[in-house]
Design a protein around this ligand. Sequence first.
Ligand code: 5GP
Length: 142
Amino acid sequence: MSYDPDNIFAKILRGDLPCHKIYEDDNTLAFLDIMPRAKGHTLVIPKSPAQNMLDVRLEDFTTLMATVHKLTPMIQQALDADGILLQQLNGDAAGQLVYHIHFHIVPRFEGVPLKHHGNQFQQEDILKKNAQILTDYIARQS
Ligand code: 5GP
């Protein structure tokens, strides 16, 4: 299987689909998952095409990780999360749903169970509010 330029995240990168963006630089984009496993569940993607860890170029993976490294503590602080789960899935057998490589940054809160993966859409107004909290915090740190 080769990279499908019409996958959902490629469409988001082109602006053909909307997203709740929280961060963007020359190489990467971060936005909220529409079926979050927890409050503030963020997806970080490279702008360069790759399906997953099995075909990503080292240089694109490096810039992707730099953004994950930058955003993880900011998301933790902005939401006062008790912990952060990082998740990255490769292939159908691993549960990968979208074939444009991405990292999940999932804030964890004591006593709040993790929701199922890609299972339930979050209300638009809640996504909007959470994106605003994160965007404001990130802007203050920059
Ligand atoms: P994967 O299984 O590929 O690691 O996860 C893909 C993620 O993308 C899932 O958590 C799913 O909820 C999320 N997702 C699927 N479609 C969309 C969409 O159109 N917009 C956003 N923001 N997230 C999506």
